[in-house]
Design a binder for this molecule. Structure first.
Ligand code: PEP
Length: 246
């Protein structure tokens, strides 16, 4: 049995004060939830203060990105050790926005995952196809390539895969529950064929997940959780997603 994982990716929203306000409102709403893993990924600047508020709570703290070197002259970058010292136990790597706007290739994603795992951080690896690729029937080729490149020479422990069709992110267009499940089946089969321990890996769906579609998505056998942008920004909406995942 895989425990559901509901994760909030706040992207470039929320100051330290806004993060604290969210957490103070959100924690009482989910304090009794024991059968769903809950994760939030605020911006870097808010991690340390979020960590203080989340101490001894049931909410995991993650970063949205990390660099691929341990330390040194990389102006503006953040290392795994810095994330650990800010209180993170987890990090999102390879989000489609990073792949698109910051030219992150599978090779870069692979290096980042290796370093994050070597430092003991859990990883949410994001993969997903564009609308063009889906319409050209290339979805499985694209996903297979992303898995191959991103997971090269890596065991699966500590890794969650987030399947996020790019055409569904922030657009209000959700993949149907069946469409998402069919793709998750492909990902599971790919993992089983290529890696050890694939049955234990959680595969989250991401792309316009909302309180009104989370239950139907989560009812699919291969959907083990959600990575959520827009609907994670308000405490009550994100709490509804967590409850809907039970
Ligand atoms: C995301 O950014 O990972 C995401 C899924 O965003 P949204 O929920 O807003 O589509």
């Amino acid at each position: 049995m895989r425990r559901p994982l509901i994760a909030a990716n706040w992207k470039m929203t929320k100051t330290i004060e806004e993060t604290e306000e969210f957490i103070n409102e959100f924690l009482p709403m989910v304090k009794d939830i024991t059968d769903v893993d809950i994760l939030i990924a605020p911006p870097f600047t808010a991690l340390a203060s979020a960590s203080k508020l989340l101490k001894s709570s049931n909410v995991i703290l993650a970063a949205q990105n990390v660099y691929l070197e341990e330390n040194g002259a990389y102006t503006g970058e953040i290392s795994p050790r810095m994330l650990l010292s800010a209180g993170c136990t987890s990090v999102i790597i390879g989000h489609s926005e990073r792949r698109e706007y910051f030219s992150e290739s599978d090779e870069i994603v692979n290096k980042k995952i290796k370093l994050a795992r070597a430092n003991g951080l859990d990883v949410i690896l994001c993969i997903g196809e564009s609308l063009e690729q889906r319409e050209a029937n290339k979805t499985f080729d694209i996903l297979g390539g992303q898995l191959e490149g991103s997971l090269k020479d890596l065991p699966l422990d500590g890794i969650t895969v987030a399947y996020e069709p790019i055409w569904a992110i922030g657009t209000g267009k959700t993949a149907t529950a069946e469409q998402a499940n069919e793709t998750h089946v492909f990902i599971r089969e790919w993992l089983k064929k290529n890696k050890e321990g694939a049955d234990a890996v959680r595969i989250q769906y991401g792309g316009s997940v909302k309180p009104d579609n989370v239950v139907s998505l989560m009812s699919q056998p291969e959907i083990d959780g959600a990575l959520v942008g827009g609907a994670s920004l308000k405490a009550d909406s994100f709490a509804k997603l967590v409850v809907g995942a039970k």
